[in-house]
Design a protein around this ligand. Structure first.
Ligand code: NOJ
Length: 567
């Protein structure tokens, strides 16, 4: 890396990192209860290190009754019983730091669990000292104006609580009441808790739905029609832009983040291009990066629950990622991801999971993720090319969101069979949450017990052990790609230029820094496809190719991915 000038960009470790996301519940179970645990992650630290990643983001591991798999926290300073103990956590953190890996925790502070002691107190009486830790609406004022409750079959974000004859707000399930950030005491509690984790030595936070924390507490009327205007009910306008949002983020930066060499990532629900820099412009001293939903929402058919249009447009896909790159062209920093615990498997969704193209298309997507500008967030299991669970029965699903959506369809007298079919290719989150496939033994080596979610049957041939030995496997391709990114600063900081914009089959772009120029060609289809560009590849050097034979042609083979260094 040393040969390139440092003057043209502001280098930071979190810009140069590849982040590996671990869904602890499904990673590795060591005590046979069918649920992954911290000891399981500890046992796999050498594997994680071998991937060439730098940062691990763990989904929530705090005390939780698990209505939403840990996104409903009842104790922010404890470890979830199923996952282990604080001692296990300390061992994990130490083991990571010894290997040069950093640890990023999930911060879920838009809401807590209704079993958190704050809420238990808050609901007791209208004059309880914790009353204002949450948003309450006294019933004598009539019904509050509609707000969406994402994981409720009736769609409502308010729940009536008899004890004090009031409604409380919950943007997700009724088990996840929204915290009242307008209350300075609440903010101080949160900042103290964050400082406590930083003092333990963690390296950053991924902040769950952080744009939602601030609210207009007059709760003005929003009609259902307005909310329906796009797939996400105009999150950007109605939920993600509370009047004091940026005051709170600045305060968080001052009270917490500025004191450490850490990274802060916003889950950018409702984050739009026009205002994204307000979160991450370094001069504003708020957060470091955010991840938007425009890319992963592409191709969903309006009016259905995450039903995917199989003919989504690559031209639109390219436009989304190019436009977002432009947002951070001069300032701020972006991210890039295709999979996470809220998404179906990237290979099933954006590639092709048929036996013929699974391996190739998965490598193609890995090439895309590791050659774009912005920090890549790579989801566990994608390195071995895991695919959607495609459950046939609603009983196999565990996710609160899918179950609520199923209820909605049922209550409306809709087509339940079709709903199940749609989830196989579409958005059911359990598609991406099935246990990690370590080897060909029982339950893919994930657990000796009864896994909390069914293991994908394909584990007998699709697993990390088999792939570790195969030089052409997805796993070893991912390792090569992390090395390639690390050894080419142009892939991290280099200028991104889209080529052959209207080509419906090929995604082509260059990355350029200090005289070094790389060309990336990705054929997103199952047919041969030609790229039309005057960039000459005649003297170019192939840095990586997802086929075992190199063709060096402008006609790409199905799902072919190539990275060239141009001469
Ligand atoms: C976003 C998280 O990624 C998702 O898993 C969770 O259900 C919601 N926020 C609510 O916390």
């Amino acid at each position: 890396m040393a040969q390139e000038s440092k003057s043209s960009f502001d280098r930071k470790w979190w810009k140069e990192a590849v982040v590996y996301q671990i869904y602890p519940r499904s990673f590795k179970d060591t005590d046979g209860d069918g649920v992954g645990d911290l000891k399981g992650i500890i046992s796999k630290l050498d594997y994680i290190k071998s991937l060439g990643v730098d940062v691990v983001w763990l989904n929530p591991i705090y005390g939780s009754p698990n209505a939403d798999n840990g996104y409903d926290i009842s104790d922010y300073q404890a470890i979830m019983k199923e996952f282990g103990t604080m001692e296990d956590f300390d061992t994990l953190l130490k083991g990571m730091h010894e290997r040069g890996l950093k640890l990023v925790m999930d911060l879920v502070v838009n809401h807590s669990s209704d079993e958190h002691k704050w809420f238990q107190e808050s609901r007791k009486s209208r004059d309880n000292p914790y009353r204002d830790y949450y948003h309450w609406w006294p019933a004598e004022k009539g019904k509050p104006a509609f707000r969406p409750g994402a994981f409720e079959a009736d769609g409502s974000g308010w729940r009536y609580d008899k004890q004090t004859d009031s409604y409380y707000l919950h943007y997700f399930s009724y088990k996840q009441p929204d915290l009242n950030w307008e209350n300075p005491k609440l903010r101080q509690e949160i900042f103290a808790m964050m400082n406590w984790w930083f003092k333990k030595g963690i390296d950053g936070f991924r902040m769950d739905v952080i744009p939602f924390i601030a609210k207009d507490t007059t709760f003005p009327v929003i009609t259902q029609e307005e909310l329906n205007k796009d797939y996400h009910g105009r999150w950007d306008i109605y939920m993600a832009s509370g009047p004091h949002l940026h005051d709170y983020l600045k305060e968080m930066n001052k009270e917490v983040l500025s004191k450490y060499d850490c990274m802060a990532l916003a889950e950018g629900a409702g984050m739009i291009k026009e205002t994204a820099l307000n979160f991450v412009d370094p001069d504003r001293k708020e957060l470091d990066m955010g991840y938007h939903f425009e890319g992963t929402n592409l191709g969903y058919i309006p009016g259905y629950f995450k039903k995917m249009n199989p003919n989504w447009s690559l031209v639109e896909f390219k436009k989304i990622y190019s436009d977002w790159d432009a947002v951070y062209a001069k300032k701020g920093w972006g991210t890039i991801y295709l999979g996470n615990h809220d998404q179906p498997r990237m290979t099933s969704r954006w590639g092709n999971d048929s036996p013929q193209f699974r391996v190739l298309s998965s490598k193609l997507l890995t090439t895309f993720l590791l050659t774009m500008r912005g920090t890549p967030y790579y989801y566990n299991g994608d390195e071995i090319g895991m695919v959607n669970a495609k459950f046939d029965k609603i009983d196999d699903y565990r996710d609160i969101e899918t179950l609520a959506e199923y209820e909605k369809v049922k209550n409306a007298g809709g087509d339940l069979k079709q709903f199940i079919e749609d989830q196989k290719t579409g958005g059911a989150r359990d598609n991406g949450r099935t246990p990690f496939q370590w080897d060909a033994t029982k339950n893919g080596g994930f657990s000796n017990g009864n896994p909390w979610l069914k293991v994908n049957d394909n584990y007998s041939y699709l697993n990390a052990k088999v792939q570790d030995k195969d030089p052409n496997s997805n796993l070893n391709y991912f390792r090569k790609m992390t090395r390639l990114r690390k050894s080419n600063l142009a892939l991290i900081y280099g200028k991104y230029t889209l080529l052959d914009k209207e080509n419906p089959n090929v995604y082509a772009y260059t990355r350029e820094l200090n005289g070094k120029k790389l060309l990336i060609l990705l054929n997103f289809t199952s047919k041969n496809a030609k790229v039309n560009t005057d960039v000459s590849i005649k003297n170019a050097k192939v840095l990586i190719n997802n086929y075992t034979t190199v063709s060096k042609s402008t006609e790409l083979r199905p799902y072919e991915a190539i990275v060239y260094e141009l001469k």
